[in-house]
Design a protein around this ligand. Structure first.
Ligand SMILES: Nc1ncnc2c1ncn2[C@@H]1O[C@H](COP(=O)(O)OP(=O)(O)OP(=O)(O)O)[C@@H](O)[C@H]1O
Ligand SMILES: [Mg+2]
Length: 375
């Protein structure tokens, strides 16, 4: 749909703002451009409607080189929302919204209906707001009108340059949800500039992360969270956001008990039997001196071989035991209890034993985890 091919931009003062941008945006996709101030987001975006021309390279829309298209025609099919709102002060809200539909020669009844629909969409009562002038609206209200004005003529492409930045968090979330819904319903191709990673993750199909005029990573939010391309991306996402995602469900570490009944592989069976009675458990975890996990010995096996006095724990232990790493999530734990006849699952950090999950430690861990989540 929109394709940048080896696009460079050098401004008149010699500053190179974009260095060889290659980017392909699919039809119906919502792509966010994100990156530090001055990295070239606005420059990239304004090339799509030819408010800025590349120094070299080509931009195609539907396979057509836009440098060869009439810029006025081109812009009529591209909605544009800028941070500074850009409403025309001498036109009413209704006139502002209906501007492009009028240019496209819509019937008055059609664009009047559209104005009402769009105002409703962003929670502005048409009867109240239609006939006001921009200066008679709050900043946030003006910005909402800016957003819907870009949608009014149903363009194929919508460019949005930090459209929600002046909004309060609630209106902002509302509009983010509207955009996602709208996107699903009418499948517009949207290029959306933001500084806010949470916003990008919430609305984007794919995120292009920019730095110093280059695209550092272009991938889905999930891929970016899982596999940040480098330390810049990692820093930009923020370590705590990465961590937050990982603790969205309880992990083995949350569900395990730290009081573990362990035994050395060199112990005799009578000793192991006494440990079990003392700790009131029906299995012991076999570890070496350094607390490395080796296996499990069960009461059942002990009873079976008890009369063979020469045997040691090492001889009867099961060394092929299902274990979990401490960051395994609750579904893995449930799966093991469901599929196997085990009463305790060892939890490892590397090969070191750090805990054990039993059905009761799991229930307790879940309850505590829920409790901690309460505000
Ligand atoms: N007309 C111009 N002449 C010279 N340099 C410019 C011009 N316009 C922009 N620049 C420079 O190009 C770089 C990219 O600017 P751009 O507006 O694309 O950044 P941005 O990523 O949108 O930043 P922000 O997040 O602050 O909006 C900046 O360093 C800016 O100073
Ligand atoms: Mg900008």
């Amino acid at each position: 749909m929109i394709r940048f091919e080896n696009v460079w931009k050098q401004y008149d003062d010699g500053f190179v703002a974009l260095k060889n941008i290659n980017l392909e945006i699919q039809k119906g996709e919502l792509v966010t451009l994100i990156g530090p101030s001055g990295c070239g987001k606005t420059t990239t975006m304004r090339m799509i409607n030819r408010l800025i021309e590349p120094t070299s390279g080509t931009i195609y829309i539907d396979g057509q080189d836009i440098a060869k298209m009439n810029p006025v025609e081109l812009r009529r099919n591209i909605g544009y929302v800028i941070q500074q709102i850009g409403l025309f002060p001498h036109m009413t809200i209704a006139e502002n919204i209906a501007l492009v539909p009028k240019l496209k020669k819509w019937e008055p009844s059609a664009y009047q209906k559209r104005v009402d629909e769009l105002l409703d969409l962003v929670g502005l009562d048409p009867a109240t707001f239609k006939h006001r002038y921009p200066s008679e609206l709050s900043g946030g209200q003006q910005q909402r009108v800016g957003v819907i004005r870009a949608l009014a003529a149903e363009p194929d492409i919508i460019l949005m340059d930090e459209p929600f930045s002046a909004l309060d968090p609630i209106s902002r979330e509302q509009l983010q949800e509207d955009i996602v819904k709208l996107q699903e319903e009418i499948q517009k191709t949207i290029v959306f500039v933001t500084h806010d990673m949470d916003e990008a993750i919430k609305i984007a199909n794919r995120i292009a992360i920019m730095k110093d005029g280059e695209i550092v990573q272009f991938a889905t939010p999930d891929q970016i969270l899982r596999r940040p391309a480098n330390s810049f991306v990692r820093g930009f996402i923020g370590e705590n956001r990465l961590a937050q995602r990982q603790t969205a469900v309880p992990t083995a570490e949350d569900l395990m008990s730290h009081s573990i009944a362990t035994v050395s592989p060199k112990r005799g069976l009578a000793e192991a039997f006494r440990f079990m009675k003392e700790k009131k458990v029906d299995s012991l975890i076999v570890t070496d001196k350094k607390q490395s996990f080796l296996g499990v010995v069960t009461l059942k096996e002990l009873e079976k071989h008890y009369h063979q006095e020469h045997l040691l724990v090492a001889d009867i232990a099961d060394f092929d035991v299902t274990t979990l790493t401490k960051d395994a999530d609750v579904t893995d734990v449930a799966e093991i209890f469901h599929q196997r006849d085990v009463s305790a699952i060892p939890v490892l950090d590397g090969d070191r034993l750090v805990g054990v999950i039993t059905r009761s430690s799991m229930m307790r861990g879940l309850a505590e985890w829920e409790f901690q989540k309460q505000p």
